[in-house]
Design a protein around this ligand. Structure first.
Ligand code: KIV
Length: 262
């Protein structure tokens, strides 16, 4: 397993690989292969069919985090703090502490830059490792009126760089940069000394993260531009299911090798 120090020292080396997982089965398939597994609140959309991440709760995140930790014992695990669970330092400390006391995860992730820096600092000063998340922040979807790609103007790029520096100064060990123009993400990555993990942020970040169900082609409701499918999971499942139904109907399953006989 890559330790937090190894992750921090990875800047400028081979890009870090991060994938989400929500359950023990898939976590065990990813275990020991990727550098970091993220129990993302995106589970609310791909597992719970919700329109966004906002209704994910602390209880739901803890439940899935325990499952992921049980499946992946050899990978650094980060847990998303859900919407409304880090509104001030005290609330953030109470909720983030639950991730350490109730699961075996190694760090939490918090969305927000300059405005969230005091919260990140409160957690890191109390021995809770934090991954930041700047750029397009899914938990801001309602207040921002949609998902908007950031870093299109010089003014916005400077704001993002300020966010990244504030997150770093507050003690985060790395940060996700989501939905940011590639040239802006490159400048942000160059402006900080901790690793940046991109999603929809081009190739010049210090690592990449994908949501597992996008990456493996199981989530087909829509396909964001950045979400490359490495497998056509949904079609494979549907083809297998069609074969199973056909074989049950024509009694070719169960065959003798699947049957207990004397
Ligand atoms: O919830 C999630 O899956 C995330 C990634 C998109 C980084 O935050």
């Amino acid at each position: 397993m890559k330790t937090i120090t190894a992750i921090k020292n990875n800047k400028g080396k081979i890009p870090l690989t991060v994938i989400t997982a929500y359950d023990a089965l898939f976590a065990s398939l990813f275990d020991g292969k990727v550098d970091i597994i993220l129990v993302g609140d995106s589970l609310n959309m791909s597992f719970n069919a919700a329109p966004d991440t906002l209704s994910a709760t602390m209880e739901v995140m803890l439940y899935h985090s325990k499952a992921v930790c049980a499946g992946a014992k050899d990978t650094f695990i980060v847990v998303d703090m859900p919407f409304g669970t880090y509104t001030d330092e005290k609330i953030a400390l109470l909720n983030a502490s639950r991730v350490y006391t109730e699961t075996k995860a190694h760090a939490v992730k918090i969305e927000g830059g300059v405005s969230r820096a005091p919260i990140i600092k409160a957690l890191t000063q109390n021995s809770i490792a934090v991954m930041g998340h700047i750029g397009l922040m899914p938990q801001y979807v309602r207040s921002e009126g949609g998902y908007k790609i950031r870093g299109r103007t010089e003014e916005d790029i400077l704001e993002l760089i300020a966010d990244a520096k504030a997150v770093e100064k507050a003690g985060a060990f790395s940060m996700v940069i989501e939905g940011v123009m590639a040239d802006a993400a490159k400048r942000i990555s160059e402006a900080v000394s901790i690793p940046t993990i991109g999603i929809g942020a081009g190739v010049d970040t210090d690592g990449q993260v994908l949501v597992w169900s996008d990456m493996l082609g199981f989530f087909t409701a829509f396909q964001p531009k950045f979400a490359k499918r490495y497998l056509d999971g949904a079609s494979l499942v549907q083809d297998a299911l069609d074969s199973y139904i056909k074989e049950v109907h024509d009694r070719s399953f169960p065959a003798p090798e699947h049957t207990y006989t004397k």
